[in-house]
Write a protein that binds this ligand. Structure first.
Ligand SMILES: O=C(O)c1cc(=O)[nH]c(=O)n1[C@@H]1O[C@H](COP(=O)(O)O)[C@@H](O)[C@H]1O
Length: 271
């Protein structure tokens, strides 16, 4: 692997269309699938999802929390899931939402971005709460490893608005500065919920990908994705978890439906 994350994401979006599928093996979903709540069931769940979506989702996003709850046994399943996805050629965005002072961030970067790490992903989610500058080392590490990061800017949950409205501009400016001069995208993506009533900031100068979670279970639709992100449609990566995971037999068909509906709405509503 020696192509930048931006190039690999561009190629994957062009090949598969705009969708990220989350792997969120919650106890509720394991129960719905008729599985017990155990590491073995977790592994079965993940294998089923990987087989169903690896060739049709541009990106797959395992949610670390659902693996961490099983301690080392859960992390072992996460390692195997990441390896299976990468072997299948799917980009892996590990959802860990990390953020800390620079020396601690260096250790997180080593854990999730260093090519030699057992948990190395193509990209990770980061939280900018300690200041965008605290993420600088992780961004440098991402670039050195042909990986990427997605920094929380305006998340999909309703509680976030008051706090994030105050700082989203700084996050977007920091990401745009880090991405300047890179093609086709820089390594710093941002997270902007598909549930937002409106975009309060311009994304035109970002030059990076936009992860847009909230489709399905949180109420956002493919039409919302197009309404919010039509002007940056080549860079948006809508993300869905529960709405495609709720029935093991329908994971693939629901993935295809969300992907194709997002593509159709983005093409039709592009401004
Ligand atoms: O970083 C994320 O992926 C994320 C950001 C955000 O703003 N909102 C959000 O829901 N997420 C994650 O996206 C997934 C959403 O799952 P569903 O609501 O089931 O599609 C969860 O793993 C969340 O942690």
């Amino acid at each position: 692997m020696n192509e930048s994350f931006g190039s690999r994401l561009r190629a994957r979006l062009d090949e598969c269309g705009p969708l990220c599928v989350g792997i969120d093996p919650s106890p509720a979903l394991l129960h719905t699938w008729g599985l017990d709540d155990s590491p073995a069931a977790l592994e079965r769940f993940c294998r089923t999802v990987v087989e169903a979506v690896a060739d049709v989702a541009a990106v797959v996003k395992p949610q670390s929390a659902f693996f961490e709850r099983w301690g080392s046994r859960g992390i072992a399943v996460l390692e195997r899931t990441i390896a299976d996805l990468r072997e299948a050629g799917t980009l892996v965005l590990l959802d860990v939402k990390r953020g800390d002072i620079d020396s601690t961030m260096a250790a997180y970067a080593e854990a999730y971005l260093d090519k030699g790490s057992p948990l190395a992903a193509d990209a990770v989610t980061l939280s900018p709460y300690l200041g965008f500058g605290s993420l600088e080392g992780a961004i440098t590490s991402a670039m050195a490893n042909d990986a990427g990061v997605f920094v929380l800017a305006r998340t999909s949950n309703p509680e976030a608005a008051g706090l994030q409205r105050l700082v989203a501009g700084q996050v977007l400016a920091g990401a745009a500065a880090a991405n300047a001069g890179h093609a086709p995208f820089g390594p710093v993506g941002v997270v902007m919920g598909a549930t937002l009533p409106e975009l309060e900031h311009s994304l035109d100068d970002l030059n990076g990908p936009i992860l847009a979670p909230g489709l399905g279970a949180q109420g956002a639709t493919p039409a919302d994705v197009a309404r919010l992100f039509g002007s940056v449609r080549h860079a948006v990566l809508p993300s869905v978890s529960r709405a495609v995971l709720s029935d093991p037999k329908l994971v693939r068909s629901r993935t295809l439906r969300y992907r194709d509906e997002c593509a159709a709405h983005l093409a039709a509503d592009a401004r």
